[in-house]
Design a protein around this ligand. Sequence first.
Ligand SMILES: [Zn+2]
Length: 333
Amino acid sequence: MTWLVILPLAAFFIACGRQEEKPAAVKAEKKLNVVATVAPITSIVENVAGDKIQLKGIIPEGINSHTFEPVPSDVKILATADLLIVNGLDLEIPTLKLAQANMKQGAPVLRVGDKTITEQEYIYDFSFPKDHGHPNPHLWLNPQHAMRYATLVRDELVRLDPENKSAYEANTAVYLKKLEALDQAIEESTKTIPEGNRRLLTYHDSWPYFARRYGFQIIGAVQPSDFSDPSPREVKRLIDQIRKEKVSAVFGSEVFPSPVLEQIAREGKTRYIDKLRDDELPGKPGEPQHSYIGLMVENMTIMFEALGGSTEALKKIDPAPVAGAYADYRRRN
Ligand SMILES: [Zn+2]
């Protein structure tokens, strides 16, 4: 009777002892496994975390993130994640569905966009109409929202991995200063654009939160909510508008090559610039410009030059990740 009690107890103590004896170095090597979705968010997480986590971006750069469907082999990535960080605001619905079915029990999902603005601040527009129920999700193109993303990521990493709290806090402090400098450089550069030119006509509708921050007017977007081409009537309406309002340039994006927008620009007798990007970072992983800040500087340089502004202030911005390039980005093909 006595042995029956003592034996399991002894085994219990031995097991506990073993666990406590585990050398600290082994534990430290077990990094938090974090998965992020679009590349700008992966970059923000990379800046906050440096080498303290294992970070993978699941949505490949250069594909349409709005319609991205994870493939069955992505289950493995999600099943081993300790944390999934998404934009939210309905950008990554298929990825979230797969995550909900496959993530470890208790592994959290952080929706940074949902925690950045209130429903009253949601923007609905041509490409994201209110009756479809999905707000325009492109918050990150406003650097002030990116700052909020960074602090949300910091707080969640500190909660899950308190041992590296000081690194997360120090990296974020440096990063927030850099984002602030970016925000100010964009504001300064905006003032150099003739006021009447601060109007945007784009193909992909990704700039409303940017426009709200810096005082641009979105005069139209060409891509309907189902990502098809606009109707001939809509095309004609846009051409008339460009002629009437003397728009100085229309902007396409690398991810969505658009012969329709080219035609609209030609018939509206304005310039067509097809190089904007909302979630494909410039350069290659490991290069300094391959970052969220690099993405903004590249977009602003293209946009502001086309609208007749100066980009001097943007030249001082250093895009490199604050704690090194450690994220595993996925690329198209
Ligand atoms: Zn987009």
